[in-house]
Design a protein around this ligand. Sequence first.
Ligand code: FAD
Ligand code: DHB
Length: 389
Amino acid sequence: MRAQVAIIGAGPAGLLLGQLLYKAGIDAVILEQRTPDYVLGRIRAGVLEQGTVDILDLAGVSERLHAHALIHEGVEIGAGGQRHRIALKELVGKVVTVYGQTEVTRDLMDARAACGAPSIYEAESVELHDITSAHPSVTFVHKGVKQRLECDFIAGCDGYYGVSRRSIPPEALSLFERTYPFGWLGVLADVPPAWDELIYADSERGFALASMRSETRVRCYVQCSLDDKVEEWSDDRFWAEFKRRVGEDVAARMTIGPSLEKSIAPLRSFVAEPMRYGQLFLAGDAAHIVPPTGAKGLNLAASDVFYLHEALTGYYKGDSRVALDHYSGRALRRVWQAVRFSWWMTSLLHRFPGEDPFTSRIRVAELEYLFSSEAAQRKLAENYVGLPL
Ligand code: FAD
Ligand code: DHB
């Protein structure tokens, strides 16, 4: 088999890159180790920046999004038993779009099927070869048969645990990492949200996030211990804990219901630099992870892919390799801004086990400053809606 670009991974990064390249007349094959249903079953992000929506428009996959997504002009921060609205639109002239990663992925999968571009699901034992030569290739096993895909470039869009980053010699990468001493327990349920906008709540019992997927479906999270197991959290226990943290008025008007999905995610910040090795380009979670507090993971995957598609399109149009050479630096500048913001939101809104009194007071002072200063609110808003591409 031959393609101009081999894309590893059919998460949002790989699928979106595939669609942008298809629009530009560049042929790509996507290799994904799981089944489409498995990929669609992963419940993850829910908030899209305007820049991400613009990229989905460019890829021609946003019709359903514009028909069904919810537009939020503000977001609420809870602390000290009170809530404060950050008026995103008023402060920075932009909004966020509430539309689940599952829906984005489904739209991208449908568009790829409609245009007949090849995706190979259940591709096992994916291996990258001759990455630093002009003729790299990828081998994999599909339905028991070993195959080779020859290509000009490989896009490593296979997430944090994928094979692409691990195919780069360790001495060629610098890794930056921070783990956090807690996780998020998330529940999806078919009940109408008792909130109009997302609520990020700090409480004595730890963080909680009230989010939604539609007017009839909520997504809620509570900060939990890394030792917790999903089985230890019955729906009743989850809702009781969530209510204690989100604020009394919201708790009083909430409807609860059985969970459709329940999972625990650890929180981590991670960056691998550079995002290129030879003909291999990393994009999305394959290169970096942010804690979910700033809602940046999916949005960063989209901006990486936008830059990569521009660089590849430039190359095939004959504009030399300069844009390819600039890909990593350009993407990393935006990545580090999101890493900084996500770390800040996480530090501001979570109780760290064993937090010393000085750190607690600084956190309270930071919250008070946020609630009393328009400048501080504008800074949060500017980052939350997404820095320019
Ligand atoms: P992924 O979505 O991870 O896709 C990578 C794909 O590559 C997968 O389909 C995988 O099966 C495939 N793959 C892996 N290895 C191989 C291989 N060897 N061969 C072939 N294919 C392979 N972000 C937010 O903004 N808010 C959230 O609430 C949030 N919650 C999250 C919860 C969890 C548990 C996780 C893991 C992430 C969460 N994120 C969240 C982050 C966000 O979902 C990711 O940033 C986003 O999925 C990145 O997309 P991606 O395409 O780069 O990677
Ligand atoms: C959701 C997840 C987030 O991490 C976030 O910051 C906002 C919303 C969600 O799943 O809806």
